[in-house]
Design a protein around this ligand. Structure first.
Ligand code: 5CA
Length: 161
């Protein structure tokens, strides 16, 4: 029997339920899920099956962008910049916290402080099940790539090496 979820994990579970994803269950693990590698180890899945939720900042308009990427992929910032037609940079930790409402290591793909333009790494479609962060560096939930597309309404992209 799992002990009661932390307030942040409970909030994430509620967000999932409100949006029609009640079949996604937030679980809190005894070991860290702060990085994709740690999450894969704690869950016992491949790092490729971890959904990294990475925040970038459009430098001219100061707006956040979310890229949900397979744990083993590195986001090509030049490619992303070309996609959005504006210089971008990796967001600072404080910016991530402010614009998503989540701290780094627990950024979920949904439930942000404001709607985020989202891009989805097509490589995630290779797996039947994937795992995403659920608001804290110890909480995750399992979902399918179809769930991810439906909940983020993101644009599929192929991440170039
Ligand atoms: N909980 C896991 C996935 S289940 C997780 O959140 N992984 S992650 O990859 O999406 O988040 C960690 C990422 O945060 C790192 O890949 C890195 O891009 C970013 N990050 C880590 N430290 C900093 C920092 N100080 N400033 C900005 N970004 C950071």
């Amino acid at each position: 029997m799992q002990k009661e979820l932390s307030a942040s994990a409970q909030k994430m579970q509620r967000i999932l339920e409100e949006r029609g994803f009640a079949h996604c269950t937030v679980v809190e693990l005894p070991s860290s899920t702060r990085t994709a590698q740690e999450a894969a180890q704690s869950i016992g899945c491949g790092v490729e099956q971890i959904v990294k939720s990475l925040v970038f900042r459009r430098q001219d308009s100061d707006t956040p962008i979310l890229v949900v990427a397979s744990g083993s992929n590195r986001v090509n910032e030049q490619q992303l910049s070309a996609l959005v037609g504006e210089p971008i940079e990796k967001a600072k930790a404080s910016y991530v916290q402010k614009r998503t409402g989540f701290a780094i290591g627990g950024v979920a793909p949904v439930g942000h402080a404001e709607p985020l333009q989202t891009f989805i790494d097509r490589d995630l479609l290779r797996y039947d099940e994937i795992w995403a962060a659920a608001g804290t560096p110890f909480a995750v939930f399992r979902l399918t790539p179809q769930d991810l597309i439906a909940m983020t309404k993101g644009e599929l992209i192929t991440i170039e090496a």
